[in-house]
Every structure is written in C-alpha cells, then in structure tokens.
Design a protein. Structure first.
Length: 376
C-alpha cells in the first residue's frame, strides 16, 4: 500500500470508496513482491501495479467489482491455471492477490495509518484474506502498545491476541507476510489466513567519511529507500551542501557517533575513510553489533593492515568475517557513481542472498532467494 499511499489518501479524504488489489503471496518468478498494490478509483482510473503489467487487466476488472460492492476476494494467477496465459502471466510464476474495498466507511482507521506511515511510526495492518464470510476482509491495525480495527469486535479475543503478538514480531523486523490460525488463534491450524503488511521506519544507511564517493553512495542509498546519515569528524567536509541527498549530516568521530545512535539488524554501514585513526575504533565497535552489512573502502594492503590491527584488539575471525572489504562487487567501477552502484549491488546481494553473478550464468528461478525469504 505504501506505493499508492498518496493517491489512496486523496480518495479516502474525499469520502470515496476505492478498489484495492494487493499482492499477498508469490512463488517462483513472480514480478512483484508482497505488499505491491493497485487501486481502481471512483472515476475508474488506476494507480499502481501488482504484476508489472502481466495481469493488470484482469485485476482491474475484479477490483472494480469489489469497489462497487462485491465481496473481498483472494485470487490466484499462475501457470497452473488453465487461463494463466490468457490473463498475461507469462513469467512462469504464481501470484496471490487480495482485492478489497477501502474508504472512510470500510476502513475508518486508514487516515491514522497513513499518517503513521508518513511520520515513520511503526504500524502494521493485518487483513483476513481467507476465512468464513463473517471474518473475510476484517482488519486489525497493530501499533506497539495498541490495536484497533473491526477484527477486535468480530474476531475471538484469542485470535486477536495471537495475531497482535505475531504481527509485532514481523513489524520489529520490517517484514510482510501471511500468517495462519484457527478460529481461536491456534497457530498450527489453517482455517484463517491473515496478510500482515508491516510499515516500519526506513532502514538506516550510515556512511562514514565525507568524500566524493560518499556523496554518490548517499544518493543511491536514498534511492534504495534507506534513511541516510553521513558522518565525518571534519566539519569542513561534512556539510549539507556537499551531501544534499543525505537525510542528515553529522560532525563527530565515527566510533562515538555509532556508539550513541540507534541501529538495528537492518542497518547498513559503509566506511569510506580508509584512515586507521577513524576505521579501527569504528570497526572494533561495528563488527560486534547486529548490523545487516558492514563494508569498508581501501586497497587490499589497507585492508590487511586494518584486519591485523583489529586482531590485536581481540576481534575473532568470526567477527572479522562480517567485514566486506574492499567494499562492493567487482563490476569494474572507476567513478564515484559507478562505485556507488558496486556498493549498492553488494548490499542488495547480502540482503537477499544473491550470488553477484550474471543472471544468464545461473539456472533456476530468478527470484529463488526472494521466494525462500518470504516463505519463512
């Protein structure tokens, strides 16, 4: 829903009911991830995409029916369906799409949810996508410390409690997915399927070293959806003018800033200073923190010296193995912009388990690693 939030909020504020189609599950080479959405507005216009064009026409028709009073529906498209290619799903994957109506009457909590998403406050929306008619389409809005929505009154208390606890776990990880329950919240029963869309604050990218390469890395980090911080101890280099794409620019010694700021297992750290007086104190701390990615710039000789200094400080080989240095994938990068692409590629590969090899040299589904992650 995040990808169509602006348009959906505009129609909601006008009092209109809208057809909302959301990808809730995918298998094999499906073109969009769970959470991708498409709208059919009150005037018949469409916004967003659920398949990159493959099944948009068929989904548009269903979303129009739901908008005009039809019941919510879970629809599957894939090569196993007799009409899969008739609706255009030629990628060879399978995609489940849930269609529902959203407006002030059908989703009165949406306005507050939209404000939470914009403000970066953690919120999850759990929607019943498969169940008996009395529960289908019911929602639970989950925030740390509070729940709301029509599932509170229409579902059992045990179901609400179980869903709240599980959704908070997904929210803490920034993950979206489908959960299954019995009518009383039993976790090993498949009577009820619930799609939980997590809207966590943007993950962080912290770039240490206010050099030209840092400007390009900050730019591509912002493009990838990270909240980007550039940090350097030298005020003459760490300025907003030099880093307009960063969300914040901090003048501080790198290790002091990292020790004082909030990070989590989604945080990415890019160390671009290749200066021992900055690098070693920072890495001594960073390599012992639960970070998603730690990369450091420098030649192989610089990196060997850095590793030796860290060993002398007591870091283990397991801790040192977390360091990705020299930073980035080997794509022949030369310019700051090309280097930023190299770094971004390694970050993405680390997140999804990619090999970094050309796709044409690999066998099997293109999105195999993604499908495995989402199936957890």
């Amino acid at each position: 829903m995040r990808d169509v939030l602006d348009q959906l909020q505009d129609w909601w504020a006008q009092g209109a009911e809208v057809g909302l189609a959301t990808v809730v599950s995918t298998w094999s080479s499906a073109p969009r991830q769970p959470g991708a959405s498409m709208l059919v507005g009150p005037d018949g216009s469409a916004a967003g995409s659920v398949s990159g064009g493959c099944v948009e026409g068929a989904v548009y028709e269903l979303a129009t029916e739901v908008r005009d009073g039809g019941e919510p529906v879970l629809q599957r498209y894939g090569v196993s369906d007799s009409d899969a290619f008739a609706v255009g799903l030629t990628c060879g994957g399978i995609i489940d799409i849930f269609l529902e109506r959203v407006g002030p009457a059908s989703f009165p909590e949406f306005g507050e949810v939209a404000e939470d998403i914009r403000a970066g406050r953690p919120v999850a929306v759990a929607t019943v996508i498969e169940a008996s008619a009395d529960l289908l389409g019911r929602r639970l809005v989950i925030r740390p410390g509070a729940v709301s929505g029509d599932l509170v009154t229409d579902g059992s208390q045990r179901l609400v409690d179980a869903l709240r606890d599980d959704a908070l776990g997904l929210l803490a990880q920034g993950r979206t997915g489908v959960l299954h329950y019995g009518h009383d919240g039993e976790r090993r029963v498949d009577d009820i399927a619930v799609f939980v869309a997590s809207y966590a604050p943007r993950p962080r990218m912290i770039v240490f070293g206010a050099i030209d390469f840092a400007s390009a890395v900050a730019r591509i980090g912002s493009f990838l959806g990270y909240r980007v911080t550039v940090c350097d101890a030298r005020p003459i280099f760490a300025t907003r003018r030099r880093f307009p794409d960063a969300d914040e620019v901090i003048v501080e010694w790198p290790h002091r800033y990292l020790a004082s700021t909030e990070v989590d297992e989604r945080t990415v750290v890019c160390l671009l200073t290749h200066d021992p007086k900055f690098d070693v104190p920072l890495l001594e701390l960073a390599l012992r923190m639960p970070l998603a990615y730690i990369g450091a710039m420098g030649s192989r000789r610089t990196n060997d010296d850095r590793l030796q200094r860290l060993r002398e400080l007591g870091l283990t080989e397991t801790e040192l193995a977390r360091l990705r240095a020299p930073i980035g994938l080997d794509i022949g990068a030369r310019t700051p912009e090309e280097t930023a692409v190299s770094v971004a590629a390694e970050i993405i590969a680390a997140r999804w388990g990619g090999s970094g090899q050309p796709l044409r040299s690999a066998d099997g589904p293109i999105h195999a690693a993604l499908a495995k992650e989402l199936a957890r």
